[in-house]
Ligand binder design. Structure first.
Ligand code: FAD
Length: 407
């Protein structure tokens, strides 16, 4: 029988990914609003010791947010791998760009953590809060706004009554679509293959990336001699590698990755993900606002997607903190004015790095590599890389923002 009950909440967050759940945790900490999180997927369970396919970097700003929300109590330290050095370059100049946390008096830039483990830890944190209601296996199918509230419908027949809808429903956001917010999109004709491996030795605490004309190869160091290898390439090539035997794949990795990778003991798991860029034209509408991948999708080579999403969380919570009506137009515009140009600057910066290293003409690539060799002395590149590592926003001077942010 169809459920025709109504869910009533000050704020409804559509999407219980990392951004949506962190949003609920931040709002619960900073405001008295009642919050409902709605997710189309099943309730996340805390994984056992087995390494999960997807891993993400968390910069220091993201870690502060999670610590403040009490999430770390559900995330044992042994599953977090510190990284204190970043290296990027080409085959000819593998460490052309290298940055150490020590250079800026930090013990680490951040940590690597499995997405599913973090998501489960966020869910567990929220499950104990009376202010928050978690609903899984339910999708938003429609909504319309009135002057002082929003009415919506779920695909299981239930109704929604709220004052603000936060769209945290990922790259294919239904909320963005229903709110009529358009976006600029670009398909890179590239995919990311993730190959989780166990090495014979420790991968250390450096994350590195080697750019090649078909896309970068990268290593994210993980706990227990494990590492996540990311191999960007054209979809046809990735398709071939996905169906290779472990031995053939191992030989292909040895050929494509630098020798510093060391020896692979076991190939644990592999998966593939399409790569694209997306930026919503605006983040705020009438009683609706976007965060995380619903608002922006960035090339993952800089490890920024979730870090930008968590910066949105901090910024939106700040805008709503002292409001009695969470759907207040001015508060939502404040959030948009602050976050849109910051994210646009990051999207543009990462796009430029991508272009630099996929230049089809070899002499130009060599020039780019030479440029990188001197990057330690190049203020803007260094500032950009540091901003990636720490989560401090880039200054949004001329040339960064490619869009007028007024709604
Ligand atoms: C290969 C790869 C590597 C990456 N590495 C990094 C990294 O190192 N660091 C980093 O910061 N980022 C990284 N990213 C990016 C990062 O994974 C994403 O930015 C992040 O997962 C987005 O989180 P989100 O919560 O915004 O969206 P999602 O994770 O897409 O979550 C959206 C949620 O909404 C739910 N949903 C969707 N539609 C509906 C609906 N209609 N109703 C209800 N629920 C709905 C879904 O079930 C899902 O749970 C990487 C991405 C890729 C592809």
């Amino acid at each position: 029988m169809t459920d025709t009950s109504t869910i009533t909440s000050d704020i409804v967050i559509v999407g219980g990914g990392i951004a949506g759940l962190a949003m609920a945790a931040r709002l619960a900490k900073r405001t008295a609003f009642t919050i409902t999180v709605l997710d189309g997927d099943r309730t996340p369970e805390m994984p056992d010791e087995t390494l999960q396919l997807r891993t993400t970097s968390l910069n220091s700003a993201a870690l502060t947010l999670l610590e403040d929300a009490g999430v770390m109590a559900h995330l044992p330290a042994r599953f977090l791998t510190d990284f204190n050095r970043l290296e990027a370059g080409s085959r000819n100049a593998p460490d052309a760009l290298s940055f150490s946390a020590e250079d800026i008096d930090l013990a680490r830039f951040g940590v690597f953590v499995e997405n599913d483990r973090l998501r489960a830890a966020l869910w567990q944190t929220l499950a104990s809060l009376t202010q928050v209601t978690l609903i899984s296996d339910a999708r938003l199918s429609s909504f319309h706004h009135n002057d002082d509230h929003v009415d919506g419908l779920l695909d299981d027949g239930r109704a929604l009554h709220t004052h603000l809808i936060i769209g945290a429903d990922g790259a294919r956001s239904q909320v963005r679509h229903l709110a009529g917010i358009s976006s600029q999109q670009r398909d890179y004709a590239q995919e990311a293959m993730i190959i989780n491996v166990r090495l014979t030795g420790s991968p250390g605490h450096t994350t590195w990336q080697i750019f090649t004309p078909s896309g970068p190869v990268a290593l994210l160091p993980l706990h227990d001699r494990q590492a996540s290898l990311i191999w960007y390439d054209r979809p046809g090539q990735i398709h071939k590698r996905m169906s290779m035997s472990d031995d053939t794949l191992r030989a292909a990795i040895i050929e494509a990755f630098p020798t510093r990778l060391g020896q692979i003991d076991t190939i644990i798991e592999r998966g593939r993900f399409p790569i694209r860029r997306l930026h919503a034209q605006r983040y705020a509408g009438k009683r609706v606002v976007l965060i995380g991948d619903a608002a922006h999708v960035i090339h993952p080579m800089a490890g920024q997607g979730i870090n930008l999403g968590l910066a949105d969380v901090v910024s939106l919570a700040e805008a709503l903190e002292h409001e009695s009506d969470p759907g207040n137009d001015q508060a939502l515009s404040r959030y948009q004015r602050r976050q849109w140009p910051r994210n646009a600057a990051m999207l543009t910066g990462v796009e430029q790095l991508h272009h630099l290293f996929t230049l089809p003409f070899a002499p130009l690539r060599t020039l780019a590599e030479r440029g990188l060799r001197g990057a330690d002395r190049m203020g803007p590149v260094k500032r950009f890389m540091m901003s990636l590592a720490t989560g401090q926003p880039l200054t949004t001077g001329r040339g960064h923002s490619d869009h007028d942010t007024s709604s």
